[in-house]
Unconditional design. Structure first.
Length: 179
């Protein structure tokens, strides 16, 4: 009788573990789909537009089907509503903080949640032997409120993530009338 009880207990535990594992996998497969569905319909109700159309708040691709990082530098400058330049400053605890030093481009009326002198935490880091990130970062924001779409590092006067483009030439491109 005790043996029958143990067999039932083992069967029940195995069944429970299998059920929980399947439920866990299903939850991860279904949740993103439901979240996407509900957020699209909420945007449609709140903004009064078709949520399946490209949003100006956070566009994933442009009209050619290219993602932001695939665009040319000139197109990235044109599409960006804000372009910030951040430089590393060493904090008291040894952390290298990416501090926004200037806005190379800022479209009128754009809401950006950073000011000159603010830390941009995504690029801040604690240094080690194998993680020299250069002198700072150029950060491209799109839309209003502005959301980050691309950030690239720079060392000295060259932006390595933009084919070693000199910062001064990039600054001129940002101030150009067609930018």
């Amino acid at each position: 009788m005790f043996r029958k009880f143990i067999e039932g207990l083992v069967f029940g535990c195995g069944f429970s573990i299998s059920f929980i594992a399947l439920w866990f996998v299903a939850a991860f497969a279904i949740t993103p789909t439901l979240t996407s569905y509900f957020s699209q319909h909420a945007e449609k109700e709140i903004l009064g537009k078709d949520a399946n159309t490209q949003s100006e708040i956070l566009p994933e691709t442009n009209m050619d089907g290219k993602q932001f990082h695939e665009l040319s530098v000139e197109e990235q400058i044109q599409k960006a509503s804000v372009i910030a330049l951040a430089r590393y400053e060493k904090a008291d605890d040894g952390k290298m903080k990416a501090i926004i030093k200037e806005f190379l481009k800022k479209d009128p009326g754009v809401i950006v949640h950073y000011n000159i002198g603010d830390e941009y935490p995504s690029w801040s880091y604690y240094p080690s032997d194998n993680n020299n990130r250069g002198d700072g970062a150029v950060i491209f924001f799109v839309g209003s409120p502005a959301s980050m779409h691309l950030s690239v590092g720079y060392t000295g006067d060259r932006i390595s993530g933009l084919a070693d483009l000199p910062i001064e030439l990039f600054r001129k491109k940002c101030k150009a009338p067609n930018a």
